[in-house]
Write a protein that binds this ligand. Structure first.
Ligand code: CAA
Length: 285
């Protein structure tokens, strides 16, 4: 099947990033946000990001207008009815995702693929909320989606070959490199990355080194583009905690026990860049 219209549910960091990537690749994108404010902030963010690329000479004005013109924001889920592929990018919470997939199953055409951007939840469980598990798969982008080249393609128990082929073609059209992964918490990247990030918080809490020195150590010692505490702030501390908890639940390994300091920051609503404070403070530009 050919994918032309892409629906995205969720206007957070990932949903907005994927909307930009898909629109740049020429897809007609309908992005659903629960609120008008969410939709407006996504549109403003897209405008800013595209303006920066025009400034850098990576896009011209006509391309910028075309990319913007291909993204429509809506608040009513029913507006996704004519999409060929809907990618969900909402909160990492299984009951919430299952409810959404049940609704999408009722709303979308029989041929539509329903994909999830989950990083740790079971795609099989999400697919079980629909009457079309063969048309459900994971298409996992990385943050920032506009820059990072990878997509993990997740085949759940009943996903069909046609669904995998169409989802792969979509991700590749978006310019991404695709790796095939099994339906297991964390897939490859997060199963390796999040124990490392969690242990960085434990080192900070244990006084082994300061925040800045932990980040400087991993940038200088491993040539990583960001230190672990900066990266946690970028991903979002609430999202990160949900990922670490899911890994802990799946593998029952004490090494995956969430760092208490991470829980405390989330409790204090210090969620990283998106809330203005996390391990670092951020001034909204
Ligand atoms: N479209 C296209 N290109 C863009 C862009 C956009 N919207 N926004 C930025 N870019 C380009 C920039 O132009 C720049 O390219 P040039 O150097 O050729 O000009 C490049 O991308 C880098 O952008 P910046 O200069 O703005 O930023 P930077 O160099 O400081 O890098 C960073 C920032 C990309 C975030 C980098 O620090 C990085 O890669 N960090 C690691 C991120 C990471 O590990 N993410 C994974 C998180 S885990 C995850 O996502 C999984 C999950 O499920 C939670």
């Amino acid at each position: 099947m050919e994918i032309k219209r892409v629906g995205i549910v969720g206007s957070g960091i990932m949903g907005s990033g994927v909307a930009e990537v898909a629109s740049k690749a020429g897809f007609e994108v309908t992005l659903r946000s629960r609120s008008d404010e969410g939709a407006q902030s996504m549109v403003a963010g897209l405008g800013k990001s595209l303006a920066k690329q025009v400034e850098k000479g990576k896009l011209d004005d006509a391309e910028r207008a075309a990319v913007q013109g291909r993204v429509r924001t809506v608040t009513d889920l029913g507006e996704l009815a004519d999409c060929d592929l809907v990618l969900e990018s909402i909160v990492e919470d299984l009951p919430t995702k299952k409810e959404l997939f049940g609704e999408l199953d009722r709303i979308c055409g029989d041929g539509a693929i329903l994909a999830t951007n989950t990083s740790t939840l079971s795609v099989k469980d999400i697919a079980g909320a629909t009457g079309r598990p063969e048309k459900v798969c994971g298409v996992h982008f990385f943050n920032p989606a506009t820059v990072l080249p990878l997509v993990e393609l997740v085949r759940a128990e009943k996903t069909s070959d046609d669904t995998i082929a169409a989802a792969r073609a979509f991700a590749e059209s978006c310019g991404k490199t695709v790796v095939d992964v099994r339906d297991q918490a964390g897939f490859v990247v997060n199963a390796l990355l999040f124990p490392y990030l969690n242990n960085a918080v434990k080192l900070l809490a244990g006084g082994v080194a300061s925040r800045d020195d932990i980040d400087a150590a991993m940038k200088g010692g491993c040539n990583f583009p960001m230190g672990p505490l900066e990266l946690l702030d970028l991903v979002g501390l609430d999202t990160s905690l949900a990922i670490i908890e899911a890994l802990h639940a799946e593998f029952e390994d004490p090494n995956y026990e969430p760092a208490p300091m991470l829980r405390d920051l989330v409790k204090d609503e210090k969620l990283g860049r998106k809330s203005g404070a996390g391990f670092y403070d951020y001034v909204k530009k």
